[in-house]
Design a protein around this ligand. Structure first.
Ligand SMILES: [Zn+2]
Ligand SMILES: [Zn+2]
Length: 478
């Protein structure tokens, strides 16, 4: 899908980024490569974190393309990178850091405000307010990926004026079928069991947020004297290690009480000595990237841990299909698992937990949506397709105030009309869904749009006549 070009970046005036996750930022350098030259807005913290993740994305694409080109000779042309490091550099130069809760007019009639979001450090929900002529404004709230709590900082309650505002909300649905009660809190207990059995423990973690949260939890366990002395904590993964440092720096100003989250005596593994890891001192707790184990140093460590009787591999997040994490979860004990082209026998225990999620669960999302009293249109995105449709049904039954809900889909565009005037008590918003590619409109749809345009023109003329009448009346009074 990343190769699809159904959008001309040169027609875009501004881009707003809710947070630094690659599924939200990863195509920016491609857009810049294709001619995008306008500002990209995000919070100051996201601006700080973004560059190394985009650079990493460019590097990983080069590695993956090379690997696939070697693997499928004759089909090399199919595996191209989307962009290079130079495109990332140009992208970084277009980024603007914004303060939380400060409204800024980024284009004539377009104001944006970034609100604190607990999803990851620097994440935001973005309010976009558009005003044209004498009409009432159209307000959009993009939740981004969100959660209302975060281990490193408090998420303040959203202001009342926002909850009462007439809104078009674009809302995520990742956990649209999972309630908080379905998520078992077990990570700490798994570790305690592992310590009791004397297991060496590998913890797979995403470089951002997950790795820092796990380190923070280990620090708290150290403070409670729950980690036996023979255990040593090791960290590997260049991007994760850099992000640990960035988190410490950012938290020093953003929320200093938690800036000191690193456990005592953490050792960073030198990439050159990874193969010798088991000759290092002590029983081991190793936190390494990537979260789904298919990339980064995990590729080297997993085979080493997998074939040990007394070892645990702990996953801490979603394991997508065709990743090493998923393969390990699905394999039975003593089964042979292929990593790369080599076979390994699965002897280690594989554990997983969803408790470290950075997304809101279904009950949390419904609670959040129901705080808003005036959502005219709720657009759902960011979920597996069956989850999205299930979540829409839930909203229809449990959020009685929502006037309309729909699933956002790349095949459609939404035209949103605001007919209400500033002085009107009630607004008059009409939302129309149309195919994204106008050339595939049927004659019936085309004539519908024409009629609509005519009607709109008539309506506007009527408004103008009314305004003129009002003016002449006022003049007569004088
Ligand atoms: Zn995210
Ligand atoms: Zn996301």
């Amino acid at each position: 899908m990343n190769y699809v070009d159904d959008l001309d970046p040169t027609t875009i005036d501004a881009i707003l980024i809710t947070h630094n996750h690659i599924d939200h930022t990863g195509l920016l350098p491609k857009m810049v490569k294709q001619g995008y030259r306008n500002p990209i807005y995000m919070t100051e913290i996201t601006k700080e974190l973004l560059p190394r993740f985009l650079m990493d994305s460019a590097d990983q694409q080069e590695d993956n393309a090379k690997y696939l080109q070697d693997k499928f000779p004759g089909d090399e042309w199919k595996f191209n990178v989307l962009y290079h490091r130079e495109d990332v550099e140009r992208t970084i130069n277009l980024c603007h850091g914004m303060k939380y809760q400060k409204t800024v007019e980024i284009l004539p009639g377009v104001k944006v405000t970034f609100f604190v979001n607990g999803h990851i450090l620097g994440a935001s929900m973005i309010l976009v307010q558009c005003t044209a002529y004498s009409r009432k404004p159209l307000n959009f709230l993009f939740t981004g990926d969100y959660r209302l709590k975060n281990p490193f900082y408090e998420v303040p309650e959203l202001p009342d004026w926002l909850k009462k505002m007439e809104l078009i909300m674009i809302h995520e649905s990742t956990y649209g079928t999972t309630d908080s009660s379905n998520i078992k809190v077990c990570f700490k207990n798994h570790l305690l069991e592992g310590f009791e059995r004397g297991q060496d423990i590998l913890i797979g973690a995403f470089a951002q947020a997950r790795m820092q949260e796990i380190l923070f939890e280990l620090k708290k366990m150290q403070d409670e004297c729950l980690i036996p002395e023979e255990y040593k904590i090791y960290v590997d993964g260049p991007l994760g290690i850099k992000t640990n440092l960035a988190y410490e720096e950012i938290l020093k100003t953003f929320n200093p009480v938690n800036s000191n989250f690193m456990p005592r005596d953490v050792q960073i593994v030198d990439p050159k000595s990874r193969e010798k890891f088991f000759s290092f001192e002590g029983k081991k707790i190793l936190i390494t990237t990537s979260g789904m184990l298919s990339n980064g140093p995990a590729k080297i460590y997993v085979p080493m841990f997998l074939e040990r009787e007394n070892a645990m591999i702990h996953l801490t997040g979603y394991a997508a299909e065709e990743t090493l994490a998923r393969t390990l979860l699905e394999a039975k004990r003593a089964e042979t698992v292929h990593i790369g082209s080599k076979p390994y026998q699965k002897k280690a225990v594989i554990k997983t937990t969803r408790e470290k999620t950075s997304h809101a669960t279904r009950d949390e999302m419904l609670g959040f949506i129901n705080k808003f009293t005036n959502i005219v249109f709720l657009a759902i995105n960011h979920g597996a397709s069956e989850v999205e449709s299930n979540f829409v049904e839930t909203i229809q039954t449990q959020c009685p105030r929502i006037q309309r809900v729909d699933i956002l889909n790349r095949d459609y565009v939404y035209c949103i009309y605001q007919f209400g005037n500033k002085e009107d008590k009630f607004s008059n918003i009409i939302v129309k869904r149309m195919p994204a590619k106008m050339q595939i409109l049927s004659p019936k749809e085309k004539s519908y749009i024409k009629q609509k345009q005519k009607r709109k023109k008539r309506h506007e003329e009527k408004l103008m006549r009314k305004a003129a009448k009002r003016k002449s009346k006022q003049n007569n009074q004088f």
